[in-house]
Design a binder for this molecule. Structure first.
Ligand SMILES: [Zn+2]
Length: 86
């Protein structure tokens, strides 16, 4: 029992917990949610930054967001950010 416990000290990788979007148990990533407003007759399409939350993989594939930590191995095509253009 002399080895230091480094597993809990790692802040760079995904942590397992409860997703703040769907409530599921999974590896979580820190993201900033975006609210997307579709284009309409009286307004342009826009993406508004919202809360910073921890999301699971499924939610990251379903909802617009920007990844705030780590890389994004589950969504490599989108690069570091899935946020739509402002
Ligand atoms: Zn989720």
């Amino acid at each position: 029992m002399s080895d230091p416990d480094t597993s809990a000290a790692s802040l760079s990788g995904p942590a397992t917990g409860t997703c703040e979007s769907c409530g599921g148990e999974d590896e979580l990533y820190l993201v900033q949610r975006y609210y997307v407003t579709p284009e309409a007759w009286d307004q342009e399409a826009k993406a508004t930054p919202a809360d910073i939350e921890r999301w699971c993989f499924v939610c990251r594939t379903h909802y617009p967001h920007q990844l705030l930590e780590s890389d994004d191995p589950g969504d490599a095509e989108a690069g570091a950010s899935d946020a739509p253009p402002a």
